[in-house]
Write a protein that binds this ligand. Structure first.
Ligand code: 1CP
Length: 336
């Protein structure tokens, strides 16, 4: 598996490639399967259909890795918080004001469905395609649990972090333990490596970034590595800015996802030597295609030549991306 070779520090060329949200609404076959499932959550919790949508982009484009089809908010749902996806508006949860009533035993069926999908996937995927298991980072998941929705800068979470830090820390402790168990179960079910999505890491000031993002991520990495000698974990502290180097150093993560705004050459300087990067092509370029995309892809490839690198976007694919641009992207990378 090229992805695992890179995560083990080998400079594979051309680099392995996968795309965040590679299973999604830009693919007509995804929309058809989602319609069959009824709604997004039912799709996530149906092992047969979730396996199918995970495999669709692998069949079509031959990515080097598949990512479990699920969502970071399935974990709060498994812990007992209500979750719904309002059509066209994203997730909605009742904003949390106490931890009572949340526990991993709350909804074991949810947990079991996800693990069944992981097992189906490992059995169905070609041996050269790595299976990535994932969870949201505790700070990012807490943002949705406390604010009840995305779309802004999580004002309730930001206030609570100052006004009731004990509550926020208790929630993060609980989520950290739940995330360790959830990711361990994915490894046991067949995930080849893991990714932690700290998509909203960048909303916190430095001191909170250390307590709420770095410390829980470090605990998760340490616990999983203590139990699984060779497990590799990719972190994605989106919009971490100048905190990126500290994040990589302190968490012990094996590779780090770069958002769109980060200059990869500066990231190389800010992080420990031999840090492995993933990303950071602007998703808008994948929508636009043509010379702008081709130029940026070649420039990114040139800047990582000779390094272990995972080709990806700086954030997820948007539903308006034409499929032929994804096919062209793969051609450019593979003709290198
Ligand atoms: O309508 C649909 O079909 C739903 C769109 C969709 C999809 C395809 C959502 C709703 N989630 C997903 C799948 C998903 N989400 C995956 C599957 C694997 C793949 O990449 O192919 C993964 C890994 C995620 C992770 C996720 N969910 C993140 C972290 C990554 C990121 O994008 O920053 C976050 C923040 C979420 C929350 C979420 N789920 C869905 C939406 C619209 C949102 C974001 C809401 C917001 O803007 O705050």
């Amino acid at each position: 598996m090229k992805l695992l070779q890179v995560l083990n520090g080998k400079a594979v060329w051309p680099p392995p490639v996968w795309l965040m949200r590679q299973a999604g609404r830009y693919l007509p076959e995804y929309k058809a399967t989602r319609a069959k499932a009824g709604d997004f959550i039912s799709l996530c919790l149906n092992p047969v259909l979730a396996t199918e949508v995970t495999l669709q982009p692998i069949r079509k484009f031959g990515f080097d890795a598949a990512i479990l089809f699920s969502d970071i908010l399935i974990l709060p749902m498994a812990l007992g918080q209500e979750l719904r996806f309002a059509e066209g508006e994203g997730p909605r949860l009742p904003p949390l004001s106490s931890l009572s009533g949340l526990s991993l035993e709350k909804a074991p069926g949810i947990y079991a469905a996800v693990m069944q999908t992981v097992a189906n996937l490992r059995a169905a995927l070609p041996p050269e395609t790595a299976l990535i298991g994932f969870a949201g980072g505790p700070a990012t998941v807490a943002c949705y649990m406390l604010d009840g929705q995305g779309g802004g800068d999580f004002p309730r979470t930001r206030r609570l972090a100052y006004e009731n830090p004990g509550f926020v820390t208790d929630l993060l402790d609980m989520l950290t333990e739940a995330t360790i168990a959830y990711l361990q179960a994915q490894v046991d079910a067949g995930a080849d490596c893991l990714m932690l999505f700290e998509s909203w890491a960048g909303i916190f000031p430095a001191a909170q970034f250390r307590n709420l993002v770095i410390a829980p991520n470090r605990r998760i990495v340490a616990a999983l590595k203590a139990r699984n000698q060779d497990i590799k974990i990719i972190g994605f502290p989106r919009l971490a800015g100048l905190m990126l180097g500290e994040y990589v150093r302190e968490t012990g993560i094996d590779a780090v996802g770069l958002d769109t705004v980060t200059d990869i050459t500066q990231a190389i300087q800010a992080c420990p030597p031999n840090t492995i990067f993933q990303g950071n092509l602007d998703p808008l370029l994948l929508r636009l295609g043509g010379p702008a995309m081709e130029h940026a892809v070649r420039r990114l490839l040139a800047s990582v030549q000779g390094r272990p690198h995972i080709f990806n976007l700086g954030h997820g694919i948007t539903p308006d991306v034409p499929e032929q641009n994804v096919a062209r992207l793969m051609e450019i990378i593979r003709e290198n």
